[in-house]
Design a protein around this ligand. Sequence first.
Ligand SMILES: NC(=O)c1ccc[n+]([C@@H]2O[C@H](COP(=O)([O-])OP(=O)(O)OC[C@H]3O[C@@H](n4cnc5c(N)ncnc54)[C@H](O)[C@@H]3O)[C@@H](O)[C@H]2O)c1
Length: 458
Amino acid sequence: MRIFRFLALFLLATGLLAGCCEPSLIKTQVPVRPAGQEDVIGLTVAPLDTVRIGVVGLGMRGTHAVRRLLKIPGVEITALCDLREGPVADNQARLGRRGRKPAQCYSGSEDCWKGLCAQEDVDLVYICTDWLTHTPIALCAMEHGKHAAIEVPAALDLDQIWALINMAEKQRVHCMMLENCVYDFFELTTLQAAQDGAFGEILHAEGAYHHNLDAFWGGYWNNWRLDYNSKYRGDNYPTHGIGPICQVLNIHRGDRMVRLVSMDTKPFNGPRWMKMYTGKECPDFSQGDETNTLIRTESGKTMLIQHDVMTPRPYDRLYRLVGTDGYAGKYPIKLYCFREAPAEDVDADHIPEEKVYTDAELDAVMQQHRPDILTEELEALAKKVGGHGGMDFLMDYRMIYCLRNGLPLDMDVYDLAEWCCIAPLSRLSLENGNRPVEVPDFTRGAWQKVQGYKHHLK
Ligand SMILES: NC(=O)c1ccc[n+]([C@@H]2O[C@H](COP(=O)([O-])OP(=O)(O)OC[C@H]3O[C@@H](n4cnc5c(N)ncnc54)[C@H](O)[C@@H]3O)[C@@H](O)[C@H]2O)c1
């Protein structure tokens, strides 16, 4: 009898303990929307005949942006800015070679971009600096009534994210993150196919940034990227992976992310690259070589986001969609797979080989679901101008098209917030023993105002 009593007490105690140790959700705050402010979902502003652009940050990415922007009708580059004088002079010379008017130039100090943000004949500030300066520059631009286009990731923590949202709502200007991967031809077409119902209901989606940056580490100004990763744990570069799948899952267009949980490996290679590029030992390097994040949505869908820039793993953004009636995947080969009628005679030992589409069959599906915004002329031009195979050009082209036609942009400040928040929230989860973390509703209640993702056309 005693032994039973002891056993009962033991089970009760361990049960209670297990209950106490259950990982509890880490809550996040949603700041109250300041009085007089409204959301900017579907924001439109008066059409701009010519979009006058000031480009800040003329390193590897900014210089490519200038080249692309000069190929888009209705664009004038009226200001150029970089901390270093050399890249400004090079890009000014580029404008001259293309027969363009010289731009106003800014360089030489950490806050040289302030003059550009205040310049009267600038409608849009296009920001390609390192991560630390993205948000301060965008806030200054919007404060002066300019639209802001910001390279990825636009914001690094929740304070920066809310500051961008509040400024865009207060000033009623566009604040778009330059997430190019949503414009890759496969992603764009597959988004359309998903909207056409080709995969049934999408239940689960995967996205990633697997990119071995060995060839790039030495090229970043002031070693900013490795330096940031050495200080901050978490998925610091989530937007290429999450952007395209959030569009497919209609995030803040009928659904929303509610919580996430992250797990990472130890940093094995990070300290090696720090030693190689700075000569310094970095035993407390923060970012793990591999970071995995799982997200659940309000309507019961799941997402998996991965990050690895440290190993020789082949380039991969996953882009996998699992639907009730179909599947899409992009790497290592583009693949669609749709539910087919079951075979007549079932062989219990048979492991089915899924039908792999030939290039021609895949093309036929892509043609069937070709989005309206992707005309054949535009696709050909994008491929000719290039920039990651054309998607960078398409991104710039669409932004300018929407601004010139007074249409809502393809990506708004809430997309920016949702895609950027993975970095700080994954860090919270990792630094608290992989506890689940609440994802704030950045729209502050407006996530069902629009149903389904839509590109706007005149
Ligand atoms: N979307 C993409 O596919 C993609 C690809 C590459 C880079 N990026 C992003 O583009 C941004 C820039 O990356 P990069 O590879 O060109 O880096 P980079 O180091 O080559 O360029 C950064 C530039 O910013 C300038 N700069 C730094 N501080 C400044 C300041 N206070 N004022 C003015 N200029 C300043 C530097 O002088 C440098 O020229 C990063 O956010 C990166 O994540 C995006």
